[in-house]
Design a protein around this ligand. Structure first.
Ligand code: ABF
Length: 224
């Protein structure tokens, strides 16, 4: 099976976690895109969605799936999204797709988080994938120095084909921290959250995934 077929398989399996009549939180990225395409087929069963990025909102709307502003909904039954890395406890690195802050906000409201990923995303220890941190632009270099002091190799993410800093949907910049071996994800998440100028860190550990659907050659495996 190709990686795309594995992503499609988990996206299809995630439909089993959609709650009828409810608001569904929808993630960002190629695996989440497969899920959006599956969700479109059952859109009449749900009240609507909250999107974690402009790109996701656009794709949902193209399919005719209602998209609500988070401020206009009281609750989200389930949040379904991909990850860059996930461990056996459900802690994740997210943000390779630059949407980590909105993903974290939507996930924080959702009653349950279902992570969908191909099997290559499961790791013993988080950190091989550079950890994304969203920052207020004026604090970019100050936060970069603080992150270097934590032992990693931080680098400002740039716009494709340019030396200018990448700008997120929120007007923030991103720093990717390579070279970390994250043995205590909850503690590192709390520590980076405390740095002044940080908007959000792409460690989802204090609120990790409740369920992970992993696409493997032997079929979809469920970790919970
Ligand atoms: C989102 O999409 C992000 O948090 C993560 O960075 C990325 C995973 O992308 P893909 O599904 O394309 O591997 O979930």
């Amino acid at each position: 099976m190709t990686q795309d077929e594995l992503k499609q398989a988990v996206a299809r399996a995630a439909i089993g976690y959609v709650v009828d009549g409810a608001i569904i939180g929808v993630g960002t990225g190629s695996t989440a895109n497969f899920f959006i395409d599956e969700l479109a087929a059952i859109k009449d069963r749900i009240q609507g969605t909250v999107a974690s990025s402009e790109a996701t909102a656009e794709r949902l709307k193209k399919h005719g799936v209602p998209v609500f502003d988070l401020n206009d909904v009281d609750s989200i039954a389930v949040y379904i999204d991909g990850a860059d890395e996930i461990d056996a406890q459900g802690a994740m690195i997210k943000g390779g797709g630059a949407a980590l802050t909105r993903e974290k906000i939507v996930a924080s409201v959702a009653k349950s988080f279902v992570c969908i990923a191909d099997g290559s995303k499961l790791v013993d220890t988080l950190g091989k994938f550079a950890l994304p941190v969203e920052v207020i632009p004026m604090a970019r270099n100050a936060v970069l120095r603080e992150l270097a002091a934590l032992g990693g190799q931080p680098k400002v993410r740039t716009k494709p084909g340019s030396d200018e800093p990448f700008v997120t949907d929120n007007g923030g910049n991103l720093i990717d921290v390579a070279g970390l071996s994250i043995t205590d994800p909850v503690a590192l998440e709390a520590r980076i959250n405390q740095l002044t100028g940080v908007i959000a860190v792409g460690l989802f550990a204090a609120r990790g995934a409740n369920v992970c659907l992993l696409g493997t050659a032997e079929g979809v495996k469920t970790l919970s």
